[in-house]
Design a protein around this ligand. Structure first.
Ligand code: PEP
Length: 255
C-alpha cells in the first residue's frame, strides 16, 4: 500500500478557543467552504463546544473530535472527561498526548498509553501526538525520542485497534511558533515513525497507518508538506481557526 491508498486526514485542533456560539459559526463556515473535498476532516473542539459543533456539522461527513480524555470510564476525577462520555456526545476522534498536555498538564508517555487504551476500548479513533523538543533535535535524537513515545503509547494496542489510530508527528518547536519543519524533515520523521510501527506490528499495519504532520501548517505551506510520501495529513492549530485557511489546507489534501 502506498500513500495514495491511505486515508488523508486533516484535523483542526481548536485548543482553548471559541465559545459554543462562535464554534457553531466557525464549524458552519468550514462545512460550506469544504463541501467539495477528497479527504477526511476532523474538528477537535473544546468539550463545551461539542454539542454546538456536532449540530453544525450534522450530515456533512465532517468528524467531531475532542482534545483529550481520561482512562477511567467514571469516578472521582474532578475536571476530567471519560471516553464513554465523549462517545455519547457524538465524538468519533480524540487527540491524545498533545505537547501542550505534556508540557503544561504533566502528561507522560505512560498516561498517554492509559488514555489511548481506554479511548480505543470505548470505540474512539485516536490521534496520537509525538514529537521532539528543539534541544532534542539539536542533539540529534529526534528519531529516538519519537520512537520511544510511539512505542510506549502503543503498548498493548492490538493490530485490529491500529485501524483506529492516527499518529501526528508534531515537532514541539514548530507548534504555534510559525516555524515549520521543512518538507524533508517532516517526511523523514514520519517515515521513521512508520518504520517503528512496522517493527511493532508488520508492514501492512505500517503502510495502512495515516501519519499527519503538525506544527505551523498553514494555507501557504500545506501543499508541499502534504505532497511528501510519508505525510498523509495534517493536525492544524492556529490555521484551523480561520475557515478560509483551513479550507485551503483541506483542498491541498484533496488533490
Ligand atoms: C497543534 O496544536 O497541534 C498545532 C500544530 O498548532 P499550530 O498549527 O498552531 O502550530
Amino acid at each position: 500500500m502506498n500513500k495514495a491508498l491511505r486515508k488523508a486526514i486533516i484535523a483542526g485542533n481548536w485548543k482553548m478557543n471559541k465559545t459554543p456560539a462562535e464554534a457553531a459559526a466557525l464549524a458552519s463556515s468550514i462545512k460550506s467552504l469544504a463541501a467539495q473535498r477528497d479527504c477526511q476532516v476532523v474538528l477537535a473542539v473544546p468539550f463545551v463546544d461539542l454539542a454546538a459543533v456536532g449540530e453544525a456539522i450534522k450530515d456533512s461527513g465532517i468528524y467531531l473530535g475532542a482534545q483529550n480524555c481520561h482512562w477511567a470510564s467514571n469516578g472521582a476525577f474532578t475536571g476530567e472527561i471519560s471516553p464513554q462520555m465523549l462517545v455519547e456526545c457524538g465524538v468519533s476522534h480524540v487527540i491524545l498526548g498533545h505537547s501542550e498536555r505534556r508540557q503544561y498538564f504533566g502528561e507522560t508517555d505512560e498516561t498517554v498509553n492509559r488514555r489511548l487504551l481506554a479511548a480505543l476500548e470505548a470505540g474512539l479513533h485516536v490521534i496520537l501526538c509525538v514529537g521532539e523538543q528543539l534541544s532534542q533535535r539539536e542533539q540529534g535524537i529526534t528519531r529516538e525520542i519519537c520512537a520511544m513515545q510511539v512505542k510506549i503509547a502503543l503498548g498493548g494496542v492490538t493490530r485490529e485497534q491500529m485501524e483506529r489510530v492516527v499518529i501526528a508527528y508534531e515537532p514541539v518547536w514548530a507548534i504555534g511558533t510559525g516555524k515549520t519543519a521543512t518538507a524533508a524533515q517532516a517526511d523523514e520523521v514520519c517515515g521513521a515513525i512508520r518504520q517503528v510501527v512496522e517493527e511493532l506490528y508488520d508492514s501492512s499495519v505500517a503502510q495502512a497507518l495515516t501519519i499527519q504532520y503538525g506544527g505551523s501548517m498553514n494555507a501557504g505551506n500545506a501543499q508541499e508538506l502534504l505532497d511528501q510520501p510519508n505525510v498523509d495529513g495534517g493536525l492544524i492549530g492556529g490555521a484551523s481557526l480561520k475557515g478560509e485557511d483551513f479550507a485551503k489546507i483541506i483542498a491541498a489534501a484533496s488533490r
